[in-house]
Design a protein around this ligand. Structure first.
Ligand code: TNX
Length: 526
């Protein structure tokens, strides 16, 4: 008897090992609280279920969509997660939900979500991201990034594990236009610097990048029919540096890079003022008796230059520029500036704006202009960008124009945080983090209500910032707050809870290598 007992015991023990081994291949999912995760912008709704999904080396990304853009979003997710995890997540097409352990991206029909919304359903088994359009999938991915530990943003391999709290997030934007503006005229920023900016704003679901391409100090976009604009007009910048410009090929590269991140570029040619760089390049466009011989300008004064508004050649020039610019612009808008034309008489300014507006409209695009353009008769789809003068914006509303909200006192990211900030100006205000967050577009100015507002944009003028590190110091952490104003409804926005969510972004900003302003108003946490 004894002879058999030991082998039988050993046999049973062996069987147990095999059985246990096969049914517990993974650790139990840790309990996590989705509603406690800090997200910016705050989604429409977050419902936690108290468990988690594990991202592992075996996770696959399955895309259920016969759509090239949706597949590209899947590939972007794999690329995004790779440096920190070192996982080579496979992206594959599918017709149904995959096996447990995988990520499932699917295009659906869900009227609640609109063109840019998404839904995330996270269980222990599956992470499902659904949207009506690829843009929604892209925004869902930005949320997934914030649901992962902060070091997911690192550019080198990090220690896991990589868990995502379980539950459901339903989300869609409040405003259709959520913008960032970069002034590449006062100081020029390279293609790579602008791409870096695009990467950062995309993470906060910004969908328009307005490029201020021309000003007194520089002309930054190649126009083949008027080559001196960049040869001469692009040759310097504020402070006398070498300036620079984008060739049309480089510009197209930027436009495409932005488009892959669901960002539409809005090019601005500022006129009739802010045109010194063009006037130096082609003095025949000038007839200002106070400045008979324009010279390259590297200072920071505004309002001294103007096109010669009653000269036929000026309109031929503008038309040529617009023909080329429209060709480079897949998006719906051309920004014509129109601000601070202090040396253009109003009787000349109004017909000038109307003529340029007609050029743009005849080329199938919509005009955006700074709020002064509302002195003119606006075309039905023209947008007025409110920066300074509420009366101008109200005048736009009376004409039926949509308003893009960029009040300088709240959204101007070139304003100093306080009097000690190394970079920036303060003519509009000192803008601390709370100031830039704690305002409401629909009540900011009398006579401008929800239905008049197209969206919100934060401009970064570059008189005082010379490189992308300095840009980032002004942009962060104010831009995430502006992005939340544009994306999240007023009901889910509140400074007291926002500042805690923002504080939790510290290690994320650091992993992203962002040079941010560590405001004392924010309870920064590790
Ligand atoms: C006003 S805002 C300007 C810009 C300056 C900016 C500096 C606007 C439409 N015009 O030309 O760069 O202030 O804050």
């Amino acid at each position: 008897m004894m002879k058999f007992l030991v082998p039988i015991k050993m046999f049973i023990a062996g069987l147990m090992v095999i059985l246990l081994g096969s049914c517990t291949p993974k650790e139990p999912a840790p309990k996590m609280d989705l509603s406690a995760v800090s997200l910016i912008p705050q989604p429409v709704s977050v419902a936690a279920t108290g468990s988690s999904f594990a991202l592992t080396a075996e996770t696959g990304i399955y895309v259920n969509a016969e759509d090239e853009k949706a597949t590209r979003v899947g590939l972007m997710l794999a690329d995004q997660l790779r440096p920190a995890t070192d996982f080579r997540l496979l992206v594959q097409p599918t017709k149904q939900a995959p096996e447990p352990g995988n990520i499932y991206l699917t295009l659906v029909e869900n009227s609640e979500l609109g063109d840019e919304g998404y839904k995330l359903e996270i269980t222990e088994d599956l992470l499902t991201l659904s949207a009506n359009q690829p843009a929604g999938l892209f925004y869902g991915i930005q949320t997934i990034r914030q649901l992962l530990p902060a070091n997911i943003e690192a550019s080198t391999q990090q220690e896991g594990p990589w868990y995502i709290a379980s539950g459901t997030i339903t989300d869609h934007p409040e405003y259709e236009y959520r913008g960032s503006m970069l002034d590449v005229a006062r100081h020029f920023f390279s293609v790579d610097e602008v791409k870096r900016h695009i990467d950062l704003i995309a993470a906060y679901k910004i969908n328009y990048l307005h490029l201020h391409l021309t000003d007194d100090q520089g002309w930054r976009i190649e126009i083949k029919s008027w080559p001196k604009l960049t040869e001469v007009g692009g040759s310097t910048e504020v402070g006398g540096g070498e300036g620079g410009f984008y060739t049309q090929e480089q510009y197209t590269d930027l436009v495409n890079y932005a488009a892959e991140r669901f960002i539409t570029v809005v090019p601005e040619i500022d006129m009739p003022g802010h045109t010194n760089a063009a006037l130096v390049s082609y003095p025949e466009l000038n007839c200002n008796p106070k400045m008979p011989k324009p010279e390259l300008y590297t200072g920071t004064e505004v309002g001294f230059s103007t096109f010669c508004t009653d000269k036929k050649q000026v309109y031929e020039f503008i038309n040529d520029v617009l023909v080329e610019l429209v060709e480079l612009t897949p998006g719906p808008y051309i920004h014509i500036g129109g601000d601070e034309s202090h040396v253009t008489a109003m009787k000349d300014y109004i017909p000038f704006i109307e003529q340029v507006q007609e050029f743009v409209v005849s080329k199938g695009k919509q005009v955006i202009g700074w709020d002064e353009i509302t002195h003119a008769q606006l075309a039905p789809n023209t947008v007025a960008q409110f920066w300074d003068n509420a009366k101008n914006a109200q005048n736009g509303v009376k004409q039926g124009a949509k308003i893009l909200m960029s009040p300088a006192k709240k959204t101007y990211l070139d304003m100093q945080y306080d009097s000690t900030t190394q970079w920036g100006l303060h003519w509009a205000a000192y803008i601390e983090v709370e100031d830039s967050y704690n305002w409401e577009p629909t009540t900011y100015a009398e006579g401008i209500s929800r239905e008049d507002i197209l969206g919100v944009e934060a401009p970064l003028w570059s008189e005082t910032v010379t490189n992308i590190d300095e840009v980032e110091y002004m942009v962060f952490p104010r831009l995430p707050g502006i992005a939340e104003i544009a994306w999240s409804s007023a009901e889910v926005r509140d400074w007291e809870t926002y500042k805690v969510r923002l504080g939790a972004m510290k290690s994320r900003f650091e992993a992203m290598g962002i040079n941010y302003y560590a405001s004392k108003q924010v309870p920064w946490t590790e």
